[in-house]
Design a binder for this molecule. Structure first.
Ligand code: AMP
Length: 113
């Protein structure tokens, strides 16, 4: 997607503080962190949001979650982290490219705001 900021990060056109990447996924630090650890994990391929994913994306979705869990271990926050995706404007989604927020390093509230 030509005007998608996360596609540009995935392609290297826009700089980001990348934590790790592979053929299918990219993980980078959030520009406006909401916790001491705040990493975004995205698929390289553009999918607007989770509700647009299909059966054929099952392996990719699994890989995104496993990547998040591995990053949590690498950053030593595996005992307490939150993994969340905002699906749609009403849920707080501001970038229309599927992403998971990995948040850790502070007390997490429930219910979330
Ligand atoms: P959401 O509101 O769930 O769509 O999350 C989008 C997230 O992307 C926000 O937490 C932003 O701070 C973050 N963000 C937007 N642009 C960038 C960027 N260029 N690099 C890193 N994070 C970004």
């Amino acid at each position: 997607m030509a005007d998608c900021i996360f596609c540009k990060i995935a392609s290297g056109e826009t700089k980001a503080r990348i934590i790790c990447e592979d053929d299918d996924t990219v993980a980078f630090l959030d520009l406006n962190p909401q916790a001491p650890t705040h990493v975004l994990i995205i698929p390289r391929r553009h999918i607007d949001r989770l509700s647009d994913a299909s059966e054929g994306d099952a392996a990719l979705l699994g890989k995104l979650q496993l990547t998040a869990a591995r990053i949590a271990r690498d950053l030593s926050v595996e005992k307490a982290f939150r993994l969340v995706t905002n699906n749609g404007k009403g849920a707080g989604q501001s970038v229309d490219h599927l992403h998971y927020h990995l948040l850790a390093g502070r007390k997490m509230l429930w219910p979330p705001g």
